[in-house]
Design a binder for this molecule. Structure first.
Ligand code: A3P
Length: 336
């Protein structure tokens, strides 16, 4: 599998039209690369990061399967790394004025957007000051070799979430996006139907953005076991239970641990508070505006709970997905 993924990623620009396609998922057409389903529109960006991105030893990559706490992790990493310049209690903190997606860019997306514009030949992050924090939804095995190579420097933080909650969060998010697009595009024409059952079938079959979700998680988990200094593996549910403990872990891993004085002065708690769901949801930057993909900033904040799948999936659906996931992960040593 690894060999196939790497062989495919070396020349994927030419390969895109020949990759298996999935048109039933919303809101993107997906193509299968190296065993994973990715939005077709992002694939030129994947080819470009492989060809042009120059990593630096102090880069931090925030990786996740969609709807697993990416936005939260972006906020926490940004607030932690930049706390000297932007104390978390500042009324004018960037995270109070802008979306976490403006503060921390996705890695493959600007490369994808640059393709087709005049900037396709550039490394779009070259001008970013160090240390750079970039986010990605790419599976571990599709990251550029220069980023993952032994001795390459640069660290990766992964956040994982129960697949049932990631699925439900994604389905609701997609429905909202489809409704918003329909309202903008053709007033009065409702969005196409996207029944839960259809999305669930596709998800169980691994057909979702970045799917199969459990293999996305497994790739990073295995690497975090092999190279704990390279990959920090966090769980969304643990972060909810113990946000301060996880912020401390994150800071240590990123090479900027909180000092005893900072802890005593309440800086860790201030980071947690600044990045809490309620604080981000209510902030100026998230009450309006959209991301580069025209997604409303506010739509990244909903319940922020563990186990909300119970309100949407039947016990039979949950048991079915659990069985698929458990079967696929058998022998790996990983469990959700
Ligand atoms: P729910 O839809 O279950 O509420 P992503 O950022 O990867 O798109 O994930 C979105 C999920 O993370 C949503 O889950 C959202 O509510 C939750 N989330 C966003 N910000 C959060 C925060 N600050 N704390 C906890 N959960 C958060």
């Amino acid at each position: 599998f690894l060999k196939a993924a790497m062989a495919a990623s070396a020349g994927i620009a030419e390969l895109i039209p020949s990759l298996p396609i999935e048109t039933r998922c919303q809101p993107f057409h997906l193509r299968q690369l190296g065993g994973f389903w990715l939005p077709e529109m992002i694939l030129p960006g994947v080819a470009a990061v492989h060809a042009r991105f120059e990593p630096r030893p102090d880069d931090v990559f925030l990786a996740s399967f969609p709807k697993s706490g990416t936005t939260w992790l972006k906020a926490l990493a940004f607030a932690t790394l930049n706390r000297d310049q932007h104390p978390p209690s500042d009324a004018g903190h960037p995270l109070r004025l802008r979306s976490p997606h403006d503060c921390v860019s996705f890695f493959e997306l600007p490369f994808a957007l640059a393709e087709g514009s005049g900037r396709a030949r550039e490394d779009v992050f070259e001008a970013f000051p160090s240390p750079r924090v970039l986010a990605t939804h790419l599976p571990y095995h599709l990251l550029p070799e220069r980023v993952v190579a032994e001795g390459s420097g640069g660290r990766i933080v992964y956040v994982c979430r129960d697949p049932k909650d990631a699925f439900v969060s994604g389905w609701l998010f997609t429905k909202k996006k489809m409704a918003a697009d329909a309202a903008k595009g053709n007033a009065g024409v409702p969005p196409p139907p996207y029944p839960l059952e259809q999305a669930f079938e596709l998800f169980c079959d691994g057909r979702s953005v970045g799917g199969p979700q459990w293999l996305h998680v497994l790739g990073y988990w295995e690497e975090s076991r092999r190279r704990p200094d390279k990959v920090l593996f966090l769980r969304y549910e643990d972060m909810l239970r113990d946000p301060a403990g996880n912020v401390n872990k994150l800071a240590e891993f990123m090479g900027c641990p909180f000092s005893g004085e900072e802890e005593a002065a309440g800086v860790v708690d201030a980071v947690v508070e600044l990045c809490s769901l309620d604080s981000l949801k209510g902030s100026k930057g998230n009450r309006s505006g959209t991301t580069k993909l025209n997604i409303e900033n506010g739509s990244f904040f909903r319940k922020g709970a563990a186990g909300d799948w119970r309100n949407h999936l039947t016990p039979e659906m949950a048991a079915r997905l659990d069985e698929i996931v458990d079967g696929a992960l058998q022998g790996s040593g990983f469990t959700f």
